[in-house]
Design a protein around this ligand. Structure first.
Ligand code: GDP
Ligand code: MG
Length: 276
């Protein structure tokens, strides 16, 4: 099973970390994610930081981290245009370099890096896409007031209802994709940026017949740095969701086209917590 280079080969998980002005978080999040992935996969993993020209020195710190560790790489982009394009650039790079799995996580400790192992385990035990989910039993959110909870959970409920899928947490950004799922998605036709991007990728995976499971996670607010999400990004999700369902569909990847109707009949099953 083992190959000469532990960082090559189709079994290697790549964690994509999008950053915009995360100088206070980047070093600690890379260290914590490295510990979790290293323990989960015998030190064979990659962390790809995708920095969109941060003005607070994040890009320089990322460069130093990548010089210090062979597992860390950096993609510098000159324009800040949202997490959607940043993730797509990261996915493309990871696929081109042989990633077996590509993972998404915020770089601000809202997601617990220790949960990376559980997401990876879910995909290794049969899922094609594992979602860190706040809205299944065992999952949740700390620190949020009633209004913010209502908007977030309401947004997921709205999207679930419009799209006709069973996924409970459609807007979350903590995920593990099997390589094939990303290969089946035509990146050029993905236009969304923020929460809508998360909805779009999960919806496309369900539509293409992939098995999507939800792994309970607890989300907490960042302690350092500032959120870049805005009402504009939330509004984008509102109008984009019906377009995903009723607009012109992007071409399906040939391999998966046969299973599309099956996908409609049996969308995501909630995953039971590995913690019991
Ligand atoms: N590369 C890149 N990363 C971004 C951009 N916008 C946000 N991020 C990162 O995406 C993650 C989630 O963003 P955040 O502002 O914390 O959103 P929130 O958790 O919904 O408040 C963080 O790691 C941000 O640094 C962007 O335009 N480009
Ligand atoms: Mg955040």
């Amino acid at each position: 099973m083992s190959s000469a280079d532990p960082h090559a080969g189709r079994d290697v998980p790549w964690l994509i970390l999008p950053t915009y002005n995360e100088a206070e978080n980047i070093e600690a999040i890379v260290a914590a994610a490295g510990r979790a992935l290293g323990a989960a996969n015998d030190n064979a993993y990659k962390i790809l930081i995708v920095d969109d020209g941060s003005t607070d020195g994040t890009g320089e710190i990322a460069e130093r981290l990548s010089a210090e560790r062979e597992q860390v790489e950096v993609l510098h982009r000159t324009q800040k245009n949202g997490i959607g394009p940043a993730y797509l650039a990261g996915f493309r790079y990871a696929l081109d370099h042989g990633a077996g799995y590509a993972m998404e996580m915020d770089s601000d400790f809202s997601h617990d890096p220790a949960d990376l192992a559980r997401l990876l385990a879910a995909v290794r035990s049969g899922a094609d896409l594992a979602l860190g989910s706040r809205y299944v039993p065992g999952g949740g959110v700390v620190d949020w007031g009633l209004l913010r909870r209502f908007i977030s959970e309401g947004g997921s409920t709205y999207a679930r209802w419009v799209l006709g899928v069973r996924v409970r947490d459609l807007t979350g950004g903590f995920k593990c994709f099997k390589r094939d799922v990303l290969e089946a998605i035509h990146f050029d036709s993905v236009r969304s940026q923020g929460y809508a991007f998360q909805v779009e990728l999960t919806y496309r995976a369900v539509r293409a017949g992939f098995k999507v499971v939800e792994v309970p996670i607890v989300f907490k607010d960042r302690e350092l740095g500032q959120s870049k999400m805005s009402w504009r990004i939330a509004a984008e999700a509102m109008w984009l969701v019906p377009r995903l369902r009723f607009g012109r569909q992007p071409p399906a990847a040939p391999l998966r086209a046969a299973t599309q109707s099956e996908a409609h009949a049996a969308p995501a099953e909630p995953h039971t917590s590995p913690r019991g």
